[in-house]
Structures are given as C-alpha cells and as structure tokens.
Design a protein around this ligand. Sequence first.
Ligand code: ATP
Length: 447
Amino acid sequence: MSNIADNDTMTKLVALCKRRGIIFQSSEMYGGINGFWDYGPSGVPLRRAVEQLWWRYMVEERDNVEGLDSTIICHPEVWRASGHLAQFSDSMTDCLECKKRYRVDQLENPGVCPNCGSTKMTEPREFNLMMKTFVGPVFDEEHAAWLRAETCQPIFVDFNTVRIATRQKLPFGIAQTGKAFRNEINPRFFTFRSREFMQMEMEFFCRDEDSMQWFDYWHKERWNFYTKVLGIPENKLRIHWHDKLAHYAKAALDIEFEFPFGWGEIEGVHHRGTWDMSRHCEFSKQEKDCKYYDQDTKDSFFPTVVETSCGLDRICLMLLCNGYDEDKADTQKEGMDEDVRVVLRLPAKVAPVQIAVLPLSKKLDESASALFRNLRKQYRANYDDSGSIGKRYRRQDEIGTPFCVTVDFDTVNDQAVTVRDRDTMTQERIAIAALPAYLQSKIYPDA
Ligand code: ATP
C-alpha cells in the first residue's frame, strides 16, 4: 500500500463525508481523537444497511449458521488463551530524522524511511495493541480487563452453549457483528485503520478432513457477497493468498479492494485448525465445552475452524470510494465555470436515503407529504422542500440518493410523479399507483 495519505480523491471524500454528515472525526470540538470516527445521520443508515445485508446473507438465509452478540469485555483469561496478551503486537520502527513511525512488515526496505529517505531507523520495537481497562472500583492489575480486539474469541468460548441451545451438529457456524478495539500505532486512511471499529465474523466448526472443502466454499461465498450482493466490480477486488501461514493453519487469504491509496484488506478468510478450541481447553480446563462429541461415530475431538472476518467500516469506506464520482452537471450557466456534480453512486439497497420526495412548490405540500409518509413505511425516505430543485438534487446526489420523486402541479390532475435517476439523470413519469412496484424492482432487483 502506498503512503499517499492526502490523496486527492480521499481528501475530497473526507470533506464530503463531513459536509453531508456521513462520517466525521469524533470529539472534533476538542481537536478530535486520532483513530476514532462518528457516523452521522447519513452514515448510520449506510452502515446499518450493510450490516443487515451481511447478517441476512451469513445467518438468516442459512440453516447452519447461528447468531451471537457477546460482550465487549470478557474474562481476561480469554485473551491469555487466545495469545493476544502475549503476542498481539506490531513491530514498529521510528525514523530518527523526520520522526515518522512505521510498521516494519509494511516497509519495502525496513532500513530506509519512505518519507525522507533517511537510514537512521530505530531497531524494531513491539507494541501491544490491546486496549486496557479496569473492572470494579480498584484500578490495579488484579482488576485489569481488555476491550476485545476481535469479535471471534467469545464465539469460541460460547461454542458449546450455542451448540446445545440450537441442537446443531457439525458442521455449523456462529456469527457475530460488533465493536472491536485495537490501539493501532498508526491510524490512517480515514476509517481504514481505526482504533474502534466494527467487525463481522463467522467461525465455522467442522471436521478437519472436511475443512479445506469448507475453506473453498467460504472463500467463494465471501467473494460473491462483494461482487453480487454489494455490486463491487471484480477488477477492483483481488485475492491475496498468504505465503506465510500460522503453524496450525492450512490456508489463509485476504480479499482486497483497490482504494485510492492502494490495495487494502477488507476481509480475511482463515483456516484456524484446532488452535482456538484447544487453547481455550488448555486455559479453562473445560474439555466438554471445547470438544465436540459425535453421537454417530462416538468420537470426541476439537473441531477445526474456518473463519470469515471482515471490517464493516472498511466495507463502508470501500463503498464510498467505489461510489465517489464527479461529472459535469447540465446546470452550467453561460459564461460561468464548469459546474461539477459530486455524486455517490452507492447501491440503492444500502444508500442512506433511497428515495427523496421533492415538491416543486410548498403549495404541493399536502399531496407530497402524503406520498412521503407512505414511501417511508418501506424505504429510507427523505422529504426536502427547501431551495431550488437543482440544489435539492445536488444535496441528494452527494449522499447517494438513487431516486428523487418530484411532485408538481400536474400531479394533482394526472396522479403521476417524475422519478429522476441519480446515475442516468433521466426523468420518468410514473403513476403514483405504479410507484411502489417500480421502486421495489429498482431498489431490490434480486429480492
Ligand atoms: P491489517 O493487516 O490491515 O491490520 P488484520 O490482518 O490485522 O488487518 P484481521 O485481524 O484479520 O485484520 O481483522 C479482520 C478484519 O477486520 C480486517 O480484514 C479489516 O476489515 C478489519 N480491521 C482490522 N483492523 C482494523 C482497523 N484498525 N480498523 C478498521 N478495520 C479493521
């Protein structure tokens, strides 16, 4: 990944996200806090819609994946067993000249600073990424606890409880979405590397002899999620197979997206062997919770795990980067500078606002707001009656609203409205009675 942090498209996208209340710095009036981001009124619906699509695709549409929502703070032993307390660290090196700090594994030549070219680099030092807190009134080591660095560990810990409750037999998976925290040394590229972020993970428990088949299956399923469900073009995605594998793993890959700042990981699909379940057995001594007893074959063993692990914020960033576009608006006035239209080409199913209802005049408020209230029952809809129609279209384009429905003076007579398409800019006259079916086929074409 390149180090061009102030890449032009990113600068524009970050500015747009703030201007339109999509994503902006947390605690900005205090100067912000590095690596923490707030989602505003137009960001929350986007993130929730993507999370719901994932949940539907990974849990609700399957018989063999169950859902979980565990706490962010777990028993500290969980993180000792997982190896996070001892090993979850980045090896960092500092440039003594320009004072920049780098992750050693991300440097092409670890002895040379990519910023100023100096060779005065410190010896690599390990920084643990776990966020520490204290549980209870006493702030000493006995009461120390950690915010989870990944959402998957509680899945391993709850494996047997979920299995018993759902009567699932191997192979089956457990999924959860939620916050994860990492004290990243170098938060950067907008939300790409944050210190507080959302993960969406699924751990699939199976027999070791079947695990590579499941690995291939999940690899393809996850690729389909990005290309078919979210509509990301295949040429902007690639698979990066890991050459160096953990000693327990048979395979690992990352799905990467081409961000304006370079290729970056959005998801990992990992074969985790029996590592997690055997470690939790070793630390908890609860063998019955960590092993699976097969009633047919009468054998008991640690299940092998295939994991799919992605970051919700990175997926949203991918959608924003993929959707950001500028074109020349047809509103250019004679003798004026070219009018640039900023448009977010987000898939309609995840757009923060799916339909905007725009009355041409305040006098049309009654019929327009009735239509709006009706559409709002099914879609994320917005009502805007202030400013010129051109300005209103612009505002909607900038948050990625795929359809603007204009109510005009003819509407009262012909019971029809004009639907303007964000991408083609075409305007179609549609009867109000036909509007729900029309919008449904456009917004959820595969439903
Ligand atoms: P990286 O190499 O980029 O640090 P990772 O290999 O440590 O990522 P995993 O531990 O496999 O990432 O986490 C799974 C997913 O969680 C990643 O693919 C990414 O989408 C997301 N993720 C990880 N760290 C962050 C972060 N600091 N900010 C936002 N999302 C993250």
